[in-house]
Ligand binder design. Structure first.
Ligand code: HDD
Length: 733
């Protein structure tokens, strides 16, 4: 404070206060570079100083400069004619700063705008070496990767937990060039031909007049399109299943969807479908959790991924392939391998593991890396070739094209996150955002002025040589093969492969989405499609909408048990356990349980009334909600604390005054969302009863030994939820 001081320039006005928090004046040590952030060889036009963007602009120098490297004495005040006078046009620093800011935003991706990403490494088992010559599939090869997960429909600022397909795009920085596997968490696609992509996206995006709804398919135009265009039925059914609301990016499968052709060193080929299998299993939120999280933590998936990596709980996936013979028909067991709306059931072609991917580093800068990464299914390496899937063919055009608008020109491969780790020796020149200062005078071939360089490579020198597949003699047509007309057999197979709980969730999802459609014709047409999947599915959705259920013909198919998410047990590493405490909590028991939880790689979060030890207490009754816990433990009586502000609003109306209403709400939600609940001693039993929950209910573990209770709860967590508790009492799910 300056007390009586007056302003040095304006008489009678108090002097401005000194800021209490000062910006650091000492330069920080730069962060270590990530493997894919290596600068290109610095080629300087003058031969002096760094010319590379990453090195020159890393903000680790001692003095603030402008974009030209000139040091600045002030960046907080415009240049004015006196402190109260007009701002001068000659303020070039102001103009540079604001102009740059005005252009900070780039167009968001037309689809998959919202995403989160991480760096990692892919380690090959060598099991793919016999079927593909790709160097990164050789035994022991370690390849840096960058993975971006995304939702499809929402814009950049939309919520993570909406019902939608998730993108799963991986960039492998191999020694032979970049390989991009641009997949989704659903193994089939909406359309069979890329020419329909603008249609499906226009239908699914918000209505053009009001720009609603955001980030979801629950609206007329989407269901109008998919009910008229029944090849979308299979993908839509997956979307309406629990796959549409993943628990975490770390717990999603990934699929390359199209059939690819692998080429071995001896020239032999096979057809494959790519799969990513998460080590933590495939798990989903409940719809109710997803709704709550949309408001309570719209960044739930993004935060979960970054937190896990920061904590050292590196997520892992096995990359595998289903291998099918490369026959002229390109079918397998009657399934057309060129149809991207079809799967090959894993019972018919098991997934062969090829290697392990570990995500072990968060991006340093969201814009530079996550936003500017540019994937393209045409980024292929020797040993991996395409098939004639018409959806894939269109994608090979689209991705290159979109980056030119999005990243401002054809030189996006020079952006650090997109740079290959293989030496580049191209003849591409000039253009917007050209970073390189190319030497040489002959960027053309053939040339003699640059000594004929660079030379062409053959397959032996790791060139990408297209597989010389015979092209069928035919006539030009705009039509699909007859096999593409089967739109209902695999949707029925998916439905029949679901457990009753999963089927209930699908029914609820269709009912919700169609309930948001205003046009009767759209709902009726969708019910007709559902009737062709299954009569009960159709009847129950119709019932929910108050409409008559139409009849439809269904086909005979065998279920594929691998499609269900239930029935297996998975590692519990990284799962959160909320520990609810009260005044009578035994500190020793609490410490022992926390220790045991940490030893089991669980994340224990202690919830206390208020005013607890900040080193031990992570949440208060006022800040804890059930949706951030995978399981809940009662370590005492979380009754109303003397010093806690009583909450008696409608959401928190507890059935009994002996338990804090916020905790009654939390326990009720944990019960409804089928989460394991544990506790020890009489207080736990009393609290459950006071919260209106059955102490001997399914998935409730009460005992005397706190560590044993934790172990049993962790055992229940291995199945993700207490599935027997569905459908939830009160009809929650
Ligand atoms: Fe696509 C982005 C996945 C069909 C056109 N797509 C994009 C991303 C993923 C997919 C994961 C985000 C990549 C990132 O994180 O940057 N897309 C798929 C899958 C498809 C598919 C699995 C079908 C099997 N896509 C598809 C078609 C077209 C596009 C048929 C156009 C004909 N996709 C694009 C795009 C995007 C894109 C417009 C938007 C931003 C971008 O490419 O870089 O070009």
């Amino acid at each position: 404070m300056h007390g009586e001081d007056t302003h040095p320039d304006v008489p009678g006005v108090p002097a401005p206060e000194e800021p209490t928090v000062q910006e650091p004046t000492e330069p920080r040590a730069p962060l270590p570079p990530k493997p894919d952030q290596g600068a290109p060889a610095p080629v300087s036009a003058t031969g002096r100083g760094p010319q590379d963007g990453a090195a020159a602009r890393s903000q680790d120098g001692a003095y603030l400069t402008n974009a030209q490297g000139t040091r600045l004495p002030d960046s907080d005040h415009s240049l004015k004619a006196g402190p109260r006078g007009p701002v001068l046009l000659q303020d070039h620093h102001l103009r540079e700063k604001i102009t740059h800011f005005d252009h900070e935003r780039i167009p968001e991706r037309v689809v998959h705008a919202r995403g989160a990403a991480a760096h990692g490494v892919f380690e090959s088992y060598g099991a793919g070496a016999g079927i593909s010559r790709a160097a990164f599939l050789a035994a022991g090869a370690r390849t840096p990767v960058f993975v971006r997960f995304s939702t499809v429909l929402g814009s950049r600022g939309s919520a993570d937990t909406v019902r939608d397909t998730r993108g799963f795009a991986t960039k492998f920085y191999t020694d032979e060039g970049v390989f991009d596997l641009v997949g989704n968490n659903i193994p089939v696609f909406f359309i069979q031909d890329a020419i329909k992509f603008p249609d499906v996206v226009h239908a699914a995006k918000p209505h053009p007049d009001r720009e609603i709804p955001q980030a979801q398919s629950a609206h007329d135009t989407f269901w109008d399109f998919v009910s008229l265009h029944t090849e979308a039925t299979h993908h839509t059914l997956w979307n309406m299943s629990d796959r549409g609301i993943p628990r975490s990016y770390r717990m999603m499968e990934g699929f390359g969807i199209h059939t690819f052709r692998l080429v071995a060193a001896d020239g032999s080929t096979c057809l494959v479908k790519w799969h990513w299998k998460p080590k933590l299993g495939v798990h989903s939120l409940t719809w109710d959790e997803a709704q709550q999280l949309g408001g309570l933590d719209p960044d739930f998936h993004r935060r979960d991924l970054a937190d896990a990596i920061e904590a050292g709980a590196f997520p892992q996936w096995e990359l595998g392939v289903q291998v099918m013979p490369d026959t002229p028909e390109q079918t397998f067991e009657g399934i057309d391998l060129l149809d991207p709306t079809k799967i090959v059931p894993e019972e018919l072609a098991p997934v062969r593991p090829l290697g392990l991917m570990t995500l072990n580093a968060n991006p340093t800068n969201f814009f530079a890396e996550t936003e500017q990464v540019a994937f393209h299914p045409g980024h292929l390496v020797p040993g991996i070739d395409i098939t004639d899937d018409p959806l894939l063919s269109g994608r090979l055009f689209s991705y290159l094209d979109t980056q030119i608008t999005r990243l401002g020109g054809p030189n996006f491969a020079q952006i650090p996150v997109n740079r290959t780790h293989a030496p580049v020796n191209d003849m591409l020149r000039d253009g917007f955002h050209q970073d390189a200062v190319h030497p040489g005078v002959a960027p053309y071939k053939p040339n003699s002025l640059d000594g004929g360089c660079p030379f062409f490579a053959g397959a032996e020198e790791h060139a990408f040589v297209e597989h010389p597949l015979p092209v069928a003699e035919s006539k030009k047509v705009r039509e699909s093969p007859a096999s593409f007309a089967d739109h209902f057999s695999q949707p029925r197979q998916f439905w029949l492969s679901m457990t009753p709980v999963e089927q209930e969730h699908i029914i609820a999802a269709y009912t919700f989405e169609l309930g948001k459609c205003r046009e009767p014709a759209v709902r009726e047409r969708t019910l007709l499609a559902l009737a062709r999947i299954d009569a009960r599915l159709c009847a129950q959705v119709a019932d929910g909408l108050g409409l008559p259920a139409p009849e439809g013909e269904t086909v005979e198919v065998d279920p594929s048990p691998a499609l269900s998410q239930l029935g297996a047990r998975w590692p519990v590493a990284g799962r959160t356990v909320g520990i609810l405490t009260g005044p009578d909590t035994d500190p020793e028991a609490l410490a022992a349980v926390r220790e045991a939880a940490l030893a089991a790689d669980l994340v224990p979060l202690v919830v206390a009334p208020s005013g607890g030890d900040p080193d031990r207490v992570q949440r208060s009754f006022a800040t804890a909600r059930s949706v951030e816990f995978d399981a809940v433990l009662l370590a005492g009586t979380p009754g109303p604390a003397a010093d806690a502000t009583p909450v008696r609003d409608a959401r928190a109306a507890g059935p009994d005054d002996t338990v804090d209403p916020r905790i009654a709400l939390l326990l009720g939600e944990a019960w409804r969302h089928a989460k394991a609940i544990g506790g020890w001693g009489e207080p736990a039993r009393d609290t459950l009863t006071a919260a209106g929950l059955p102490a001997d209910g399914e998935g409730v573990v009460l005992g005397e030994d706190p560590v044993q209770v934790l172990r049993e709860v962790a055992d229940l967590l291995a199945e993700h939820r207490v599935w027997k508790r569905f459908p939830a009492p009160g009809g929650g799910e």
